[in-house]
Ligand binder design. Structure first.
Ligand code: MG
Length: 492
């Protein structure tokens, strides 16, 4: 994979940077899973100091990177490595250390305040921190530089090369297509809006056994993977051999925790299947946030919400959750696929999910473009929910305060819709090679994982996401396949 001497030297010098990033990711995991609340300030200092150290060590790579940039006969992996290192160099050299440090510190503080604000359902508590985060993000966009729109600079951080123009085009095709399918599905009654199982309380220990069964079915490697509990489920990779997910237990409506578990497992499978030869290098990451979300959404929706998966998982559900017994596979399938425009993004069904993202995309674009003040956000949020779904949040917790993202990141939300779009492209391509229904019914996920390894996972971030899409999926981001999949599933 790597043979050029300059590249080998570059990878060797990169190790301390990798070690610092790996430590940071473990501390991030700890912050969500274990850390006592009062430690937020000191943890903020630790994290920001680690970031500064990482920046310092990274800057020691520059002479070698410049040397590597002049080499003309690098292979694809080596060129990819130079590309991703250039991206980090741009980030670290254009953003002054003081701004980076302030951003880190603010986001840790904001996370704690967001948690309090959400539990009290009071946006006013979070507002000053949110204003600070937005102001810092605008400064960062200005430092990074951009064409046309400052939001492009932030989008590029998570989704290399994607722009407001790309996303405007994607959503302009996706949203009307979804509206059409949604209208049709709601007029029929095959996918009902409610189910009695939604109100049934479960015992957390019993549900934990179901989730453990789910990760066993997905063949998550016991010695390289673990699952814990946090408020907002996430995946963390400390190294390729230490990939962790979290799930959440709300005590009612067991779909939510089960699909969180499958979703995060999808992210984890990606990390676990990156080529071993990329260990400790900058290539050992997913191609982009969108590609990452395509993996989680593929497992959660295309596999996990299929009729065959309902059949596969029913015995484990019956065994651990006695209240499931009266419901047959068809009933479970309906319960897993209720179609109901609702207020909460993470609980949204496949048909309404992207409306939540379109809303957040429009708001982020306006906030970063200076076209919207933070104080106007709750009321504009509520108006947009009304416009899309005809429902209004009763309070901030079920409106503008529901997501943790705005404590730290802008430009991440669109990746969820891109992820859905890419998962549709994967479905379209994979069904020509594999019988997804049959494999899911048997719980044989090996061939699916191999397919994903071959087309996407093992490359790490060798190719820029738009290039990987063209190379492995045959074209650039195209929402038509997602619409075709949804049309076939929900009204075919
Ligand atoms: Mg995710």
């Amino acid at each position: 994979m790597f043979s050029n001497p300059t590249i080998l030297e570059l990878n060797e010098k990169f190790r301390p940077v990798w070690a610092l990033a790996s430590s940071g990711s473990l501390l991030d995991w700890d912050l969500e899973v274990n850390m006592p609340e009062a430690a937020s300030t000191s943890r903020g200092v630790t994290m920001s100091q680690l970031t500064l150290l990482r920046q310092k060590h990274f800057s020691e790579l520059y002479p070698l990177l410049e040397k590597a940039e002049r080499i003309t006969d690098l292979n694809d992996y080596e060129n990819g490595l130079v590309r991703v290192l250039q991206r980090s160099r741009k980030y670290f050299t254009k953003i002054p250390p003081s701004l980076l440090e302030e951003e880190q510190r603010t986001s840790v503080e904001a996370t704690v305040v967001w948690r309090q604000a959400r539990s009290k359902s009071d946006f006013k508590l979070f507002k000053p921190y949110f204003e600070k985060v937005v102001a810092l993000k605008i400064q960062i966009a200005e430092k990074l530089g951009f064409e046309k729109h400052p939001y492009n600079a932030l989008l590029d951080l998570g989704e290399e090369g994607i722009t407001v123009d790309d996303l405007d085009l994607t959503f302009s095709r996706l949203i009307p297509g979804l509206k059409k399918i949604l209208r049709k599905v709601m007029a029929e009654s095959r996918f009902p809006p409610n189910h009695p199982l939604e109100d049934v309380k479960y015992d957390v220990e019993s549900m934990d056994r179901v989730n453990r069964k789910v990760i066993e079915l997905l063949e998550m490697p016991k010695d390289r993977f673990r699952m814990d509990v946090s408020t907002h489920p996430f995946t963390s990779n400390t190294s390729r051999d230490d990939v962790r997910i979290t799930t959440r237990y709300e005590g009612v409506d067991f779909r939510n925790t089960m699909y969180s578990t499958i979703h995060e497992s999808g992210h984890a499978i990606y990390e676990l299947q990156i080529d071993e030869a990329m260990d400790y290098t900058q290539l050992a990451n997913g191609a982009s946030m969108g590609f990452h979300e395509s993996q989680s959404r593929f497992w959660e929706n295309i596999i996990g919400r299929s009729r065959e998966f309902a059949i596969l998982i029913r015995p484990a559900l019956k065994e651990n959750l006695s209240f499931v017994s009266p419901y047959d596979e068809e009933e479970l399938y309906k319960y897993f696929n209720l179609v109901r425009p609702g207020l909460i993004r993470v609980d949204a069904d496949e048909l309404t999910y992207n409306f939540h993202i379109a809303l957040r995309y429009e708001l982020e674009k306006k906030l970063i473009g200076g076209k919207l003040a933070v104080s106007e956000l709750p009321s504009i949020w509520n108006d947009m929910m009304d416009e899309y779904f005809g429902i209004r949040p009763k309070n901030d917790a079920e409106g503008v305060l529901q997501d943790i993202h705005w404590t730290a990141s802008f430009g991440y939300f669109p990746s969820y819709s891109l992820g859905n779009v890419i998962s549709g492209m994967i479905w379209n391509k994979m069904r020509k090679d594999l019988n997804l229904a049959e494999l899911t019914l048997k719980g044989e996920f090996g061939p699916i994982k191999e397919w994903l390894y071959d087309k996407i996972h093992h490359w790490g971030s060798t190719y820029a996401p738009k290039d990987l899409s063209r190379r492995s999926l045959g074209e650039g981001y195209n929402p038509d396949y997602l619409l075709e999949y949804l049309e076939q599933k929900f009204s075919g």
